[in-house]
Write a protein that binds this ligand. Sequence first.
Ligand SMILES: Nc1ncnc2c1ncn2[C@@H]1O[C@H](COP(=O)(O)OP(=O)(O)OP(=O)(O)O)[C@@H](O)[C@H]1O
Length: 222
Amino acid sequence: MIEIDRLSKSFGMRTLWSDLGFTVARGDMLALTGPSGSGKSTLLNCLGLLDAPSSGAIRHEGRDITGFGPRAARHYRRDVLGYLFQNYALIENATVAANLEVAMKPRRARKDAPTVAEALERVGLAGREKEHVHRLSGGEQQRVALARLIVKQPALVLADEPTGALDHDNTTMVVDILRTMSKDGCAVVIATHDDAVRDRCDTVLTVGSATQPVPVKERQPS
Ligand SMILES: Nc1ncnc2c1ncn2[C@@H]1O[C@H](COP(=O)(O)OP(=O)(O)OP(=O)(O)O)[C@@H](O)[C@H]1O
């Protein structure tokens, strides 16, 4: 579980958001919405310890992670987090399998983690291990990125516009897989401009104008 406590972020005189307070538990999917420039990516970066909030605290499983040094932050990103980006962030000149293997835990820590073949099957890319990523379509590349998350089994997924470059069918597939990962015990935070993606989350935070998420079903129509 990730807990945000009175979190604020300013760049110089400009305050992006302030006094955010909420938790994202395992099994929860939170959508971050708000206009371009409202600070969705900045909030994801703070949750991923790639940027520091101006004030407030972020706790993971009860532990304050805001003051982590570079080494602890690296371990947190390696052991806890999974990322999904609009531009896939894959190693383009490597094979599909190689892209998944870099995310796998050491053999002794893997226990019942899915294999590369199982993860590829779950995203509809069974048997495509040896293909080079740069030859795949955008939708297929995002599926490889999802398979990479499946083998990594992160406790928290941070997704920044993961469907921004995808068509309707691929968007549905991405959200379906994130939903399955969430049911399997992972917390998911998605920055999105897509109302269809937002509506499949449990709660929605309008970044820059609200301090807490509301249930998606109770959201005021915009
Ligand atoms: N290091 C920085 N220094 C100064 N300003 C920054 C810095 N990083 C981001 N910003 C500014 O903060 C604002 C929020 O950026 P951010 O990318 O978080 O917004 P966003 O809501 O994700 O936007 P979009 O929907 O377009 O992706 C922008 O105006 C951006 O220029």
